[in-house]
Design a protein around this ligand. Sequence first.
Ligand SMILES: NC(=O)c1ccc[n+]([C@@H]2O[C@H](COP(=O)([O-])OP(=O)(O)OC[C@H]3O[C@@H](n4cnc5c(N)ncnc54)[C@H](O)[C@@H]3O)[C@@H](O)[C@H]2O)c1
Length: 293
Amino acid sequence: MGFEIKRVGIIGAGQMGNGIAHVCALAGYDVVLNDLEADRIKSSLATINGNMARQVSKGLYGEDEKKAALARIHGTDQTSDLSDADLVIEAAVEKEEIKRKIFSTVCPFLKPEAILATNTSSISITRLAASTDRPERFIGIHFMNPVPIMQLVELVRGIATEDETFELSKGFVTRLGKTYAVSEDFPAFMVNRILLPMINEAIYTLYEGVGSVDAIDTAMRLGANHPMGPLQLADFIGLDTCLSIMQVLHEGLADSKYRPCPLLVKYVEAGWLGRKTQRGFYDYRGEKPVPTR
Ligand SMILES: NC(=O)c1ccc[n+]([C@@H]2O[C@H](COP(=O)([O-])OP(=O)(O)OC[C@H]3O[C@@H](n4cnc5c(N)ncnc54)[C@H](O)[C@@H]3O)[C@@H](O)[C@H]2O)c1
C-alpha cells in the first residue's frame, strides 16, 4: 500500500489530546500538537512529561525512550503546522459547531490524501464527515480516558468512509498497542451509550436524595465491583463532556430516558466541571478530594 501514516496531527491539547500525543510519540510517530491557546500547549507538554516520568519510574521503558518520544512532539498554535500530517485527530471540545468550524479551518491546509479523524464521544461521524472536504478519508477514532492506560479504542465509520481509511486506522490503533472495537455510527457509539446513562442515573440518585456522593460511589465500587464510583468517574471525564453526551443521546434517540439530570446541568452552569476545574462532585483543591454534596 502506498500511503503510510508517519506524522500525526492532534487538534486540542486538553486531557485527551495530551494522552493521544503521548501514546503516538511512544509508538514512534512524529506528533504535531495544536491548540488555540499557547498556555494549554505548554501545560499539556508538562503533563506528558510527568506522565511519562511515572511510566519510567514503574520500569515500563527507559529514560532514553522517554527523551526520544518527547522530542517527537512539536507543540504549536498555528493550524498551518498541520499541513504535513498524514493523519489529523481532532480532540477539541464536545460541541458540534466548534468541531465543524475546526474542520473548515484545517481542511484547506491538509494534504489531499491525509486522513481526518475525530475523537468525539458521541456526535455523528457521518454528519461531521459531511462538513469536510474528505468524507471518504474521515473516521471516528475514539480513545478512552486516560489514553496511556486504557486499552480500548472505538473505530466508527461514517457512511462514506472508504475501506483504505478504515484499514489504515486499524493499523494505526494496533501500532499504538491498543485494541479496537468497531461500532456503528449511532449516538454515543457503544461505550458511552451504556456508560453515560449509568452516570446520569447516579446523578439522579444524588439529586433525589437517595444517597450522598460518598454513599453512591461506595455502593457502586463495593456493590458492583466498579474500580471507581460513577460520580468520581463523571468528574474524571469532565461534567461538560458528560452533559454534551447526554444531550446527544437525548436528541439523537428522541427518548426521555436519556434526559440529562438537572443537577448535572447546574454543575456545568456553575463551571464545576470536575477534576479539570478542581471542583465537581468532589472538591480537589485540598489534600484529599472532599464530596461537594
Ligand atoms: N474526557 C473524556 O473522558 C473523553 C473520553 C473520550 C473522548 N473524549 C472527547 O475528546 C474531546 C476532547 O475532550 P477533553 O476531555 O480532552 O476536553 P478538554 O476540555 O480537556 O480539552 C479540549 C481542548 O480543545 C481546545 N480547543 C478548543 N477549540 C479549539 C480549536 N478551535 N482549535 C484547537 N484547539 C481547540 C481547548 O483549548 C482545550 O485545550 C471531546 O470531543 C470529548 O468528547 C473525551
